[in-house]
Structures are given as C-alpha cells and as structure tokens.
Design a protein around this ligand. Sequence first.
Ligand code: PMP
Ligand code: GLN
Length: 378
Amino acid sequence: IATKLPKVGTTIFSVMSQLALEHKAVNLGQGFPDFEPPQGLRDALGRAMNEGRNQYAPMHGIAALREQIVLKTEKLYGRRLNVDTDITLTSGATEAIFAAIAATVRAGEEVIVFDPAYDCYEPAIELQGARAVHIPLTVPAFAIDWQRVRDAVTSKTRMIMINSPHNPSGAVLSAADLDELAAIVRETEIVVLSDEVYEHIVYDGAHESVLRHPELAGRSIVVSSFGKTYHCTGWKVGYAVAPAALSAEFRKVHQYLTFCTFHPAQAAFAEFMASDPQHYLELPAFYQAKRDRFRALLAPSRFKLLDVPGGYFQLVDYSAIRDEDDLAFSRWLVEHGGVAAIPLTPFYERAPGTRLLRLCFAKSDATMEAAAERLCRL
Ligand code: PMP
Ligand code: GLN
C-alpha cells in the first residue's frame, strides 16, 4: 500500500534493544532505568487498582494530580497555572507531542526542529501534511545558532520545537536562549512546543523552563513525563501545559486520540507527590552520582566523554577505537563489544558524520560496572 510515512522504519530504540537481547549485551541503548520506581509509588498504584480507580479518568486528568502539577509549577518556575484549563494528562509525553502538533499545525505549514531531534517529532509533523525544517545544533556543545533560526522562519512557520535538557546530548537552554526565542516569535503566530521531559535532571543550576518565561509561556505547549521523573517509563503518563485557548485546542485532539490516561497511575502519582514532595528535588543529586560514577568507570577507556549538563545520557566519541560511522560502530559494539548504545544518525536529517554514541546511565551500579568493564577492553 502507498505509505504515508516512507522514511519511517522501526525505531532505533527497538532495534538496539532487540540486538542487545540477541547478543546478550549490556543494554545502555534505549533510555529507561533498570531500577524500580519508589516503593511508595508502587504501593499507591496497587491501592488505586484495589480501591476502585479502574474506570475512565476525566478526559483532561484527575483533579488531584492536576493540583500537584499546579503546586510544582509554582514552586519551581514561579508560575501559577489554572488547574481547570491549563493542564492535560496524556499517555506519555509522546501522546502530548503528537496531540500538540496535530492540534496546531496545518497541511503545508512548517515546523522548525533542531537536529539531532527526538525521533517522534518528524512523523507527527508529516502526518499533518506539514514539513519539518531541520536546523542542526552546533557540535560539540549542541547549542542553538539563533541566526540560523531567524533565517529559517518563513510565513509558513507554525511551530518551533525545543527540547531542554536535550536528548541525546544533555545540553540545556539558558535564559538568554529563551529570550532569543521570544524575540523571534514575537508578533508572529508561531506556537512553541517545549519538550521538557528531563526537567528535573539538570546538574548545574536550575532548569530554564519555558514556564518561567512569561512571554513564551503565553504561547507555548510545555510537555513533561512522569516516566522520567519517577523511574516508570512503562506506565506512560505525561502531561501538557498550555494557556487556556491553546489547551482547548490540544484537548480536542487528546479527546479523540486516547480520551483519557491510565486512571490508577494518575491516582498513584497524585498520592505520591503529596506524600513525598521531595522526590523530584532530590533527582539531580541522585542522577549526578550515577553520571559521575559512570564517567569515572569510563575514564580509563579509549572513549572520549562529552560534558553532560542534564538528562541521563552520556555521549562518547569513539574515534580512537574504530574509524567508521556511528550506525556501523553501534552494530559492531553490540555484536563484538557486548554493549548496546544508540547512534545519533537516526536523529538527523543530514547526519554530520560525528563519531558519537549515546549511552544511558539510568542504571544500577552493577549494570554500569558490567558495561564499563566491556567498554574499557576496547
Ligand atoms: N521526548 C524526549 C526527549 C524523550 O527522551 C522521550 C522519552 N525517551 C519522550 C519525549 C517520550 O516520553 P514518554 O515516554 O513519556 O512518552
Ligand atoms: N525516549 C527513550 C530514549 O530516548 C526511548 C523511548 C522509546 O523507545 N520510544 O531512549
């Protein structure tokens, strides 16, 4: 049949996880913790399922959880959201991103994305009959060249997507970056879609959320994911925050995409966030210890480690080990080195030929040690 998505195959995350299984490799590829969510959260999920939270949740999410998001957003970003109009719970950030694009971008319009870009962005844009305009981030800082953005904006630009902390590089946007963005979208109809799923995993200083920037917050859809924050990527619960008029459009799509999100998990997050408001405040220290441990383990290897300002991925330069592109090297590594990693090429329109791989350090000490032992042999 005539495909609507000719460029799309199986995602590199599934491909590498499958190869990791086949070759009994340590899986540092697909980004997910290999440790469990907090016990209190799991207990709360069990209670929710045993105490009658098993039917449809309200379309935009249960009030108790939206209230927790209001509290968090005010505490961290100084912004008071309207609990009824501004927040919609979704089935992971993935659903929120798709709904945000489908709700705002029309056929023939353009969406600016920065490469390397998380892989669910472009297919969602193409399914609207719109076009992704790719701007490469600088290497090795993975920063935005704002002049290139100014040059790329046309009368067709409907959306600019940003992602901070960035997957795969961990780069974070500064307050000055957000000011640059605000100046570009001012007096246009451009909507900003800000993917902030790693908002609580920032190592030096605070996360610069779009929600802290009053001008941008007034025209943005900000997406987050409980999967990253509470070590439960398999529960697939996320949310979108947007001003009332934009939320209303977003909800028109969400209503018919999924209608509502897994009810027991919403009840569990609401209960756990109320009982342990420290969890996300402790996350930077928790992951910084893992980052520092992983970097120390890899120090004797021939991999060159790039800086990691945020997120739970370490980029490594493998050029001292083999001279081949990242697709070939990641395949060689899983087959002969016993470690699965993620190449960056699939996240580019035009791959720049860097010799970089992404390794996930959201892992137990034992997993990191097993991987490092193999990586240090190369
Ligand atoms: N955006 C980015 C940058 C991500 O890394 C991920 C998950 N790895 C998502 C969105 C999707 O999040 P979720 O699993 O909640 O759908
Ligand atoms: N977001 C995860 C990553 O970057 C993968 C999620 C998925 O497999 N779709 O590794």
